[in-house]
Every structure is written in C-alpha cells, then in structure tokens.
Design a protein around this ligand. Structure first.
Ligand code: KIV
Ligand code: ZN
Length: 512
C-alpha cells in the first residue's frame, strides 16, 4: 500500500471562489475541523497578499498542533520572509512557492524569458530552503507548459532544495490520460523522483479535476491538493472528499492509504458550505443530499433486500447519520452536549451554556430540532458573537403595490444604539437602504440567497448575502432566523460590519 498525503487549500484557493471571504475566526474554525478530518497539510493563506491574510496564517499556525501548516509565496524574497514570519509558531511549517512555466504566462504575465524563470526558481528555492525544511515548488500552468522546459524547471527546483513538487493544472485544461502521461514523463526524467514528494493540484473547468488527481496518484503522485466541496477559483478545485472516498472504496485498484478520517467529511462539508455561502448541490458526489437517496422502485426494493445492490458508499462512512434521534424541548443538557460532540463541535463551558439556551428557545418554537438546525445554531452563535453590530429592532411596513418602509435599530459593540428609517421598492430593499444609512457605507449587493434549513412550515431561514464596498472588496454575511426579513437583515448587517471593520483596518494601516 502506498501512502497518499492530503493537502487542503480551502483557506487559500478555496477562498479565491468569487464572493467567498472568511474572517479570522471562521478560518480558525475551518482549520480545526480540517485537523480533525486528518488533513496532512493545511494551506492557510498567502501571507504577503494582505495584512488580514498574514494574521490569519499566523493565527492558524498557532492553533494547529497535529498537521503541517503552509503559506503561499511568489518567487520573491519579501514573500518568503513574510511567510516565514507568519508560520514561525507552526509545529510543522512548510512553504509553497510558485512561478509560471508556460510560454503564455512567461511572455504576457511575467514578461520573463525561460532563462530568467530558471534563475529565479534556483535563487528563491535555495533562499527558502535556508528557512524551511519542507519547500514545495509549483510550476504554475504546468499542463500547458512545454514538456522539456517543465522538466528542466522541476529539476532546477529540486537541485536548489525543493522537497515537494506540485504539478498544477491551473486552468483545468488537462484530462486523465494526458495528466497520467505527464507524471510518467516526470518519473522517467527526474532522477530523484522517488525521494521527492510529487503532488497534483487540479481545477475543474472541464469537470475532470477529481479524475485527473486520481490519474496523478496512479502514476506516482504521493500528495493530492484540493478543497472541501471542491470550492475554488472559477469552477473550483479537486474535491478532496471525492478523492479520499474513491481511494477507500476502490482500494483494490489504487492500493493506497491515507490519514483521512472519512466520517468527518459531512461535518467538514456542512461547515464550509455554510461559512462560504456555497450550498452543496443535491446531486454532488459523496456528500450531496441525494447521494444516498434511492428513488426508483426497483432500486428501493434492492436496497431494502441488501444495500450492496445499489449502494457502494454507506452514509455512515462519510458521517451522514440518518438514524440519529432528533432533539426536542424535553431533551436535557447531557443529550445536547453529547450530540454537539458527535457533530464535531468542541465548545467551552460558556459556549455550551449559550448554545443550550439558544437550543431551548429553538425547541420551544419548533416541533423537532434536527442536526441541520443544530449546525445553524452553532454557526449563528459563533458568527453573531464575532460581529461588531447587533440587530436590536426591525420594523417593516408593507403596502401591496406601494413603497415599503423599514425602521432598523443597531447596537454597536461599545453599547451605542443607533436607529434610522428608509424606504425601498421591496421590503428587503427598504431594510438594506436603512442599514446603509446607519453604517454610512456605499454598498452594492452582489448576491442574495435564501434557503430553508429544514423542511416544514416551522423551518428556519438561512440567508447568505455578498456585498461589494466602494473599494471593490467583497464580503459575505449569513443570517439565520425563523423570519426571512430578520434573517435577511442579519446577513446584510454582518457583511456591512465586516466591510466597515476592513475599511477601518485599511485606514489604520495607511496612517501607520
Ligand atoms: O492553480 C494554481 O496554479 C495554483 C498555484 C498557486 C499552485 O493555485
Ligand atoms: Zn489553484
């Protein structure tokens, strides 16, 4: 059996998904869940890219104890220094350096000749090697690079001290046959192939990211990069849950082992879906809501007689617990805390108390509190407690076919209360216009999505919004409530609050 390492880039490439923006608290929550999932390397961010990203990488490096943490860097000394600084508290730090090797990138983006690219790789990898034991090099756009030059670039990086070579299919261009061949070529041409860890990093533009990653593994890759739920730049990255479960179910074929705790996938997927505001499609492989639903009568009959007839993955394998008993208003603290633990939450005593109080309020309003409600409850609790602004009062006046009005009162973290009113052509517009007046910000709403957390008329609503401020920065907000207007107001207020805090931070940086 060969061992395959899992490298998660949800917090870096995953955050490059348009509209996805995690704050530091959310990033730490995700990183801790990835640690529970058994990920080998967490790519926590791109430290030089912004002061916020630097702080996130630093905080994650400190919080994570059982896996490696890495940060991205260009072939620039300043990037490498900044990554070193951000990662200095990590138990097992690594650095990930990239430079494009395809003609189109070198000519138009980098404006560098092949010789200059090779010299830069040599210099910056050896510079990084003086600071890090593990140095990963990625020849960006590898799959569209001239093969002989790619091999020369990889050999240069290894000779300069790279210990991991990652082959990115940056634009999602390759297919499994071709990608497998690329790894065979590397295996044949690179003399140290077996001493170096080779990795794959695939994008899903042509829907082949998982298949390509598996082809890489078949042909010598020992590390796979990807994200949870496959989120990422454009069409996204390889979905790690798909690769891990494929390796497990088809162990007979791949002959591979991993450190992944498969039954942590459901919790990981739910968390990332909620915090990114990207719902998992029902028909998504491995983790989608329909993955274990059998519709046809013939299939249902077969599964009842023997699940093996139509079910290759059991729900329990990935942590989908269909039989867990719903909690209700008579459930006590013990049952509640036990369920929280089963669902993967590690709460402090105070958090347990607050969560139980909210659970009781929820159980009074709802017949049955499901696992989905509990995830929402924790998410609502942790995101609201991090907010600088709290919605205290919302009043909406609705007139059929007329102009709608809203009054909103907000409490700031320091206790100050502010209230205002505005109108709009719809109730949501009236609320959002009022919040804009209160927050004194010029905001554009770029995405608004609403979903019911569970079925039934007593379901809670979960609203996701993405806004863009006047500097072009995007922020995501979530609001959960029984009432859709309140959930909409909470989501918008959260996103506006993040934008306001970021603007203050930017002004502070400028003054410094
Ligand atoms: O897709 C890509 O090429 C990347 C690199 C930074 C590895 O994300
Ligand atoms: Zn990428």
């Amino acid at each position: 059996m060969k061992k395959i390492q899992f490298f998660d880039t949800t917090l870096r490439d995953g955050e490059q998904t348009p509209g996805v923006n995690f704050d530091v608290k959310e990033k730490i929550q995700i990183a801790l869940q990835l640690e529970k999932l058994g990920i080998d390397v967490i790519e926590a961010g791109f430290p030089i890219s912004s002061p916020g990203d630097f702080e996130c990488v630093k905080a994650i490096a400190k919080a994570i104890k059982h896996c490696s943490v890495t940060g991205l860097a260009r072939c620039v000394e300043g990037d490498i220094d900044r990554a070193e600084e951000a990662l200095k508290d990590a138990v097992s730090p690594q650095i990930h350096i990239f430079l494009a090797t395809s003609d189109v990138h070198m000519e138009y983006k980098l404006k560098m000749s092949r010789a200059e690219v090779l010299a830069s790789i040599k210099h910056h990898i050896s510079y990084a090697r003086q600071k890090f034991e593990v140095v990963q090099f990625s020849p960006e756009d590898a799959t569209r690079s001239d093969r002989a030059f790619l091999i020369e670039a990889v050999q240069t990086a290894i000779d300069a001290g790279a210990t991991v070579i990652n082959i990115p299919d940056t634009v999602g261009y390759t297919n499994p046959t071709e990608f497998g061949q690329l790894f065979q070529d590397l295996r044949r041409e690179i003399k140290q192939f077996d001493e170096i860890t080779f990795a794959s990093h695939c994008h899903d533009d042509l829907g082949m990211a998982t298949a390509n990653a598996l082809a890489a593994i078949e042909n010598g890759a020992r590390r796979v990069e990807g994200t949870i739920n496959g989120i990422g730049e454009r069409a996204g990255n390889t979905a790690l849950e798909e690769v891990a479960v494929a390796l497990h179910i088809r162990k007979d074929f791949y002959q591979a082992e991993t450190n992944i705790v498969l039954n942590q996938f459901k919790n990981s997927s739910d968390l990332i879906s909620r915090l990114s505001g990207m719902p998992v499609p029902r028909n998504k492989a491995v983790i989608g809501g329909n993955a274990y639903a059998h519709e046809s009568g013939i299939h249902q009959d077969g599964v009842l007689k023997n699940p093996d007839t139509y079910e290759i993955i059991t729900p329990a394998l990935v942590g989908v617990d269909k039989n867990s008993l719903p909690l209700g208003k008579l459930s006590g603290k013990h049952a509640f805390n036990t369920r929280m633990e089963e669902m993967g939450y590690t709460l402090t005593e105070q958090e347990q108390k607050d969560a139980f109080k909210r659970f009781k309020q929820l159980a009074d309003a709802k017949k049955e509190v499901t696992e989905e409600d509990l995830h929402a409850l924790i998410l609502g609790q942790s995101s609201e407690s991090a907010d600088d602004f709290e919605l205290k009062h919302l009043q909406v006046q609705y007139v059929t076919g007329g102009v709608q009005g809203a009054i909103v009162r907000i409490e700031e973290r320091d206790g100050a209360l502010v209230e205002d009113a505005a109108t709009g052509s719809g109730s949501i517009e009236a609320i959002y216009n009022t919040i804009n007046r209160l927050m004194k910000q010029d905001i554009e709403l770029t995405d608004y999505r609403i979903q019911a957390i569970t079925a039934g008329q007593d379901a809670q609503a979960e609203v996701h919004v993405v806004i863009k401020n006047d500097k072009g920065a995007e922020f995501h907000g979530i609001g959960i409530d029984f009432d859709v207007l309140t959930a909409s107001a909470k989501a918008y207020l959260q996103a506006s609050g993040k934008s306001k805090t970021a603007s203050k931070q930017a002004d502070f940086e400028e003054v410094k």
